[in-house]
Ligand binder design. Sequence first.
Ligand code: 4AD
Ligand code: MG
Length: 434
Amino acid sequence: MEEKARYVTIEEALNKGKDHVNLRGWVYRERKSNKFAFIVLRDETDIIQCVIKKSNAPEIFEAAQPLTVESSVKVSGTLKEDHRAPTGYEVQVDDLKIIQIADPFPITEYQSPELLYDNRHLWIRSREMNAILKIRNTITGAIHEFFRNRGYYEFDAPVFQPMMSEGGSTLFEVKYFDDKVYLSQSWQLYAEAGIFSLGKIYNMGPTFRAEKSKTSRHLSEFWMAEMEAAWMELDEVTEVAKDEIRFIIEQVLKINEKELEILERDIKKLESYAKEAYPTIKYKEALKILNEKYEMDVPWGKDLRTLEEAQLADHFKVPIIVTHYPTEIMGFYKPPSDGNPEEALCFDMLAPEGYCEIIGGSQRSLSIENMKKRLEAEGEDPRTYDWYFDLRRFGSIPHSGYGVGVERVVSWICGLDNIKDAIPFPRTMLRKEP
Ligand code: 4AD
Ligand code: MG
């Protein structure tokens, strides 16, 4: 039997910097002259220039002529340092095996964003998307690590749910045999059942909202990383959220230096987010800053708009937590605070540089009566929530939780213009393909 060649990744080859190597991958760029054929090869790790000199290897030079962008190849050759090459080294090719000659690639250098989204299945190969997807992988890995290190259990909730948690207007209705259900808007209500068994739990999963807004911050399918903890109150849960975000950023700085560079992300800013304390302010203090310092005109009782959130986070230059939003405009499960019922025991975390809300969370209401009233006011049938009210009937305790918008965090950390690039195959009101 013929001995199998040992292949190394381009990254391994670049680290080695010398000797003979076998590589495999795809043609990232190609250029041919009378005497030379240059192929920039890419794989999942990096790119490297490969050179075929006609006078040295006339047959290989000939074989390389039909190569097109994204053709798949196996290349063998000797590594040589070369400052002109894109990653500092060059492979002097002595063997080339073509696996497939690619059709003309539909994506060329300057393309409209819509064409890139139409060809998303091909565009995820780009260096930029490769870097984003690697950072996303660090972020989701860090979320698991953060909670597991702290003794949280992973707990799963159904995606088909009989009721809403975040407002009826963004529900996706799905035919369910002869009945109907909704796609999950949040893991939370089921998590509130889970804590009576497991105490501290977390989850990360697909979440669905029929968002009619066409912004650069909304997806109709996104991933939310949520936590819920028994006995925890607002002042404690906000600290968990800060620690989680700082941990995520530390991990990205540790693991993804190369990817941040490809994305031209300002590392200094990320370093400050990993290091600095994040302030917590109340909604009413936020209004004071906006109205007095920035001459805005936000009346008490209104939710903060993107523009106002952006101004606030920029004021502090680090992520901030805003608590005690007006109870009236908050979800049915967010409780009024004891001394001040118009203020709810809830919070958002707002990220700077215009990225705004990345986390929403709260302490949870323990009053069946209050929640019923709120649900009825929203046109919901409280009977659908009866199982949820059982959690207040059988050993009710204070508890809290929050949800991190994974793509919001990916966008912010990568410095993206649009949240659609934070997920491999984005879904929005206007985009459901490919
Ligand atoms: O603020 P939200 O709606 O909170 C909840 O769903 C709570 N039930 C979570 C909890 O307490 N367990 O959503 C949480 C986060 C937001 O802060 C935002 O980052 C993200 O989810 N998010 C979206 N991300 C992308 N596209 C959308 N349409 C989003 N809607 C919310
Ligand atoms: Mg929210």
